[in-house]
Write a protein that binds this ligand. Sequence first.
Ligand code: CO8
Length: 261
Amino acid sequence: GSNWEFIKTDVTGEKKNVGRDHTESSQGTECPLQRPHEGISTALQQFSKDKSIAAIVLTGSEKAFAAGADIKEMVGNTYSQCIQGNFLNDWVEVARTQKPIIAAVNGYALGGGCELAMMCDIIYAGDKAKFGQPEIALGTIPGAGGTQRLTRVVGKSKAMEMCLTGNMISAQEAEKLGLASKVVPADQLLAEAIKLAEKIGTHSSLIVQLCKESVNTAYETTLQEGLKFERRTFHATFSTADRKEGMTAFAEKRPANFTNE
Ligand code: CO8
């Protein structure tokens, strides 16, 4: 079966076309949903349970990956509503997903759109993509990782410059800074992201999950703690059938047949 899935999100002016897309090689049914985070959360929960899905691709349209939260909808929001409604907390689901998520960014990834891309594990950018945190121009600040994840990825000077000016950076600059791992022609972006997902899908999903957790730990703890977590997780792979199969297959010069156990 197919071992990737993608979610389409386009938040430039059209808030409703977020959900699960299909192409010939994907599976499942469409689930058009009203609110983007609900669409994405629901899809991610489904994909998490589906053993035939090894990796997820999150993409938007040619024009925009996502241009951020709906500004017109936020105009009347108050401080107490933000606090009591825990505004933006619904998005934590994306960063919590255990399976790898690849953001395929064409066009604008602004504000919450840039933050959403950074919640993913790998960013591939189309050559016309633009990344930015323009909240400052709206009299607010990034609220879903724009001052935190961006700073860890591109460093203080660049993150500060982007957050304080609201200026966008190009796909090429994003790649140079390590924000995106690859830039490809816009029309090849989705195919390239799917190819990447498929490559990940050839490995043991169990070990991929452990590896993702280990890389993420680098962002959440000290080097000593991270190294210890990594070493123990490495040791833990020796309790799995897939570790034994992977090494046996190498020794026998044949492809590994992983069972995710
Ligand atoms: N909210 C509401 N409407 C929008 C948004 C938006 N974020 N972005 C674009 N639109 C609307 C425009 O108002 C316009 O509507 P209409 O046709 O009714 O006039 C339509 O989309 C098309 O936009 P433009 O005419 O402006 O098209 P351009 O090609 O000239 O420009 C841009 C496209 C560059 C994307 C431009 O529209 C823009 O700068 N948009 C605002 C980007 C922005 O400031 N984003 C940050 C929003 S704040 C935020 O995201 C914080 C919340 C965090 C959420 C956490 C989620 C993980």
